[in-house]
Design a binder for this molecule. Structure first.
Ligand code: ASP
Length: 462
């Protein structure tokens, strides 16, 4: 069914496994918008052919072709919902099939997905599960991609394993993946899913093809994991707030974690872990602008970031619970008792700045709102405070940068910029790593604050 890889001659193939096979290889993952149509597939092929190290490809399912289009993954979920309710889903399945047929004919491939769709229809009728349904998006795109490139198709269900409790099994996966990929010259491994030992398909959370790319990169000890998407890497700040923000050339895994946690998104949060354990850099690239360098995500670097800060991100919708108690600082166990009241109600906290007689717990407003009185009475019961005061509608902003460690006055600059912009700072928390400064402001001041910080560190330096 699949052609041989045209990159490699007979001499190449005769070399022994592992000596050259896993040397200088790149894993290339393409997101849904990079594979939404035959046109996009052609761009992807050109990218792959431009570098013979690009031997392991991880595709997403076809994404949106335009802003009002629907991702195939969403179509599959909707289609399966009908199947599960025992309703007719054949029209929806046909619409999904049409998306693939359009790609196949646009690429002039001699490939039929007839049998695959019959199996899928049958499995939908047998209620194979929403994970199985969603995974077919990547599975079918993988088959097309493999045929188009002449690479081998390796079903992720064979090589990505989940444990009985539903947790991903990194060590077994690494073993299976490494063994399987050592037998091939080049392969397409569909993203987003794996399987339990009995073969039942399970997906990662949404956007999980990024994780698959990272898993494959770890298994073959790639020299780089290229993640191709529709933007040229990370931006210093959210473009919905800052007009055309500058891009980030290099960012460390830790900086990225801090920014991602605060809402900056391009890459799935969990995609860092597999490659991080091997020190493999990730390069975020743009399929529609392949000559842009994109962003490098690395373990550590002596390369200075262009500015003192690497990025700014933030989120609205926090509450601050202020707890006061005289002599709190000398009461051993006070903090633990307060936090226990949150734990008992299943609420996680974000930050806990404290003073001599006060301690503040920042929580997500939507999680906290319905349980606030339970938490308040819990704190009274457990910690016997003098007073509790709740402030709602706050935003947290993280200013992140490895450059802050070696630069004096960063916090000073942030606060004078915010003072000039008339923003009242409610909280400041600098992590001991000196990698980030977290600032709490009113929701209403969120955008003004981000603009002021961006201006002082980026625009003022240009
Ligand atoms: N197709 C899946 C989603 O839409 C996974 C991915 O694209 O990474 O979430």
């Amino acid at each position: 069914m699949f052609k041989q890889n045209p990159h490699y001659g007979v001499a190449d193939r005769q070399q022994s496994a592992l000596t050259w096979r896993f040397d200088m290889n790149k894993v290339v993952k393409f997101g849904g918008s990079s594979l939404a149509s035959a046109e996009q597939f052609k761009k992807v092929e050109t990218i792959i052919r431009a570098d013979r190290e690009r031997r392991f490809v991880v595709p997403s399912a076809p994404g949106k072709r335009s802003s009002d289009d629907t991702k195939v993954t969403d179509m599959l979920y909707a289609c399966y919902e009908l199947a599960e309710k025992g309703q007719d889903f054949t029209g929806q399945l046909q619409a999904i099939k049409n998306r693939y047929l359009e790609i196949i004919s646009g690429l002039s491939l001699d490939l039929s997905l007839e049998e695959e769709f019959q199996t899928i229809e049958q499995n939908f009728r047998n209620k194979a599960g929403a994970d199985y349904a969603a995974s077919r998006g990547e599975y079918l795109n993988g088959i097309i991609m493999a045929q188009y490139l002449g690479f081998e198709f390796v079903d992720a269900a064979e090589v990505i394993r989940f444990k009985e409790d539903g947790e991903y099994d990194p060590e077994l996966t690494n073993k299976l993946m490494r063994a399987r990929l050592s037998t091939v010259e080049s392969a397409v491994v569909p993203g987003f899913y794996g399987a339990y030992e009995d073969g039942t398909v399970k997906t990662f959370s949404r956007g999980g093809s990024d994780i698959t790319g990272s898993i494959v990169a770890r298994a073959i000890k790639a020299n780089v994991y290229e993640n191709w998407t529709d933007v040229s890497g990370f931006l210093i700040a959210d473009p919905r707030i800052i007009y055309k923000p500058e891009g980030i050339e290099t960012i460390t895994y830790r900086e990225l974690r801090e920014l991602a946690y605060m809402g900056a998104s391009v890459l799935h949060e969990d995609a860092i872990f597999p490659v991080r354990s091997e020190g493999i850099p990730i390069n975020i690239r743009n399929t529609n602008a392949p000559n842009d360098n994109g962003t490098w995500i690395v373990e550590s670097t002596c390369q200075k970031s262009k500015y003192v800060i690497t990025g700014i991100a933030g989120k609205r919708g926090f509450c601050a619970v202020n707890i006061e108690k005289e002599m709190m600082n000398s009461e051993i166990g006070f903090g633990r008792k307060v936090l226990q009241a949150f734990e008992e109600n299943g609420i996680s906290f974000e930050h806990v700045p404290s003073g001599i007689d006060t301690m503040t717990v920042f929580v997500h407003q939507d999680e906290f709102m319905h349980k606030e009185q339970k938490v308040v009475s819990g704190i009274h019961r457990l910690a016997d405070p003098d007073a509790i005061d709740i402030e709602a509608d706050l935003a947290l902003i993280a200013v992140v940068g490895r450059g802050m460690k070696s630069t004096r006055g960063t916090a000073g600059r942030i606060f004078s910029a915010l003072a000039h912009a008339n923003v009242n700072v409610k909280m400041i928390d600098q992590g001991s790593s000196e990698l980030n400064i977290i600032i709490g402001v009113a929701n209403a001041d969120f955008e003004t604050a981000i603009k002021a910080i961006y201006d002082i560190f980026v625009l003022a330096q240009l």
